[in-house]
Design a protein around this ligand. Structure first.
Ligand SMILES: [Fe+2]
Ligand SMILES: [Fe+2]
Length: 357
């Protein structure tokens, strides 16, 4: 491990207020000419605070030098990552059991879902962490855990009580158990399957229901999520072409988590780097087929985390997101490292490629 102090870089940097962007951290108090603290050290700058600094005619402030990487990860996030890795291997073993004897090891799934939910409750929005790891040969295991994590977050953001959040976590973890009954070659890149095989792939929702329907200890709502997670509110989904609120709320939550993650694990182009901006665009494209309130609860929270990110553009240049385009997040406004601000909405050949931090 390299010592970040070896080259003794400056830990702080003084910047003209005109060059500040949201997300930077104040390294010293901003003090008025009368000696009053206006904004305290450690504050993460928002657009609003930057506007206030301009209004107060503060010429410069001292911020943390972002060129120094910070190797310290929040311990709760680290615990989440450890538990995530364990959950993926538990789910892998559970799928192997289901392939061999068509029985769902429910206790194992339930214990794993409860653990996922409790780590998500303490670590908060961990979605970016889900995509730090390379996708293993069979993406179904990671996908199942990812959908459980994202569904847990959506249920939490919707203000559901903890027992419901835990049930949604289990619904997310179990949603694709029917894939254990499909040929393994169908599991990665189903979007590339010939039509006939794709129709067979779609049967996984019904196969999943067959596996869970007689489990006496599993709630009916979770069984509904397993069979309905590909239903769409406009009736265009499968297997039953249900519409609107005939689709169980758990299934509507799982559908959002599933769509977001599917593009990033199951149907991921090998050369594409994870970007929450493109995941959100996928949801935006499909939002008329999803529950609008749930979709908004997810996207608005996610967007909160995206302003101020340092990103790489598709042409390799880097910059900070200074203004989010809510409808097409990968076409937001970005301030490049040379200070130029570009509006990607007016540059059709360019987009945000991935997040650097
Ligand atoms: Fe599915
Ligand atoms: Fe899925």
């Amino acid at each position: 491990m390299g010592d970040i102090n070896q080259t003794a870089p400056q830990k702080t940097v003084q910047l003209d207020v005109a060059h500040l962007v949201p997300g930077m951290e104040l390294a010293r108090d901003v003090v008025s000419s009368e000696g009053m603290i206006l904004i305290g050290e450690g504050t993460l700058l928002s657009r609003h605070t930057i506007d206030k600094l301009k209004h107060w005619q503060i010429p410069t402030v001292t911020v943390t030098n972002e060129a120094i990487s910070n190797p310290i990860i929040n311990p709760k996030v680290r615990q989440f990552v450890n538990s995530y890795n364990k959950s993926v291997s538990v789910v892998q073993q559970a799928f192997e059991t289901m392939r061999a004897d068509e029985e769902v090891p429910l206790e194992t799934f339930a214990a794993t879902a409860t653990e996922i939910s409790s780590h998500v409750q303490s670590a908060g929005n961990v979605i970016d962490r889900l995509y730090d790891l390379p996708v293993c040969d069979d993406a179904t295991y990671q996908h199942s855990v990812n959908v459980s994590v994202i569904a847990t977050l959506v249920a939490t953001w919707l203000g559901y009580p903890l027992p419901v959040v835990n049930a949604v976590a289990l619904a997310g973890l179990l949603h694709d158990v029917g894939k254990s009954q499909l040929p393994v070659e169908f599991l990665n890149r189903p979007d590339k399957l010939p039509q006939e095989d794709y129709e067979h792939y779609k049967r996984h929702a019904a196969y999943g229901f067959e596996l869970v329907k007689n489990l006496p200890d599993l709630g009916e709502s979770i069984k509904a999520a397993v069979i309905q997670h590909h239903e769409r509110t406009d009736g265009s989904g499968y297997p039953l072409r249900l519409t609107g609120d005939k689709i169980h709320p758990y299934a509507r939550i799982v559908a959002i988590a599933d769509l977001y993650d599917e593009a990033l694990t199951i149907n991921r182009e090998p050369t594409v780097v994870y970007s929450p901006y493109s995941g959100l665009e996928k949801l935006n494209d499909e939002k008329y087929r999803l529950d609008p309130q749930m979709c908004l609860a997810f996207t608005s929270r996610m967007l909160n985390y995206l302003s101020g990110n340092t990103v790489a553009l598709s042409d390799g240049r880097q910059g900070r997101v200074v203004y989010l385009n809510q409808f097409a997040p990968s076409r937001s406004m970005v301030q490049l490292t040379d200070g130029t601000v570009i509006d990607l909405d007016t540059e059709p050949h360019l987009r945000i490629h991935y997040v650097i931090r």
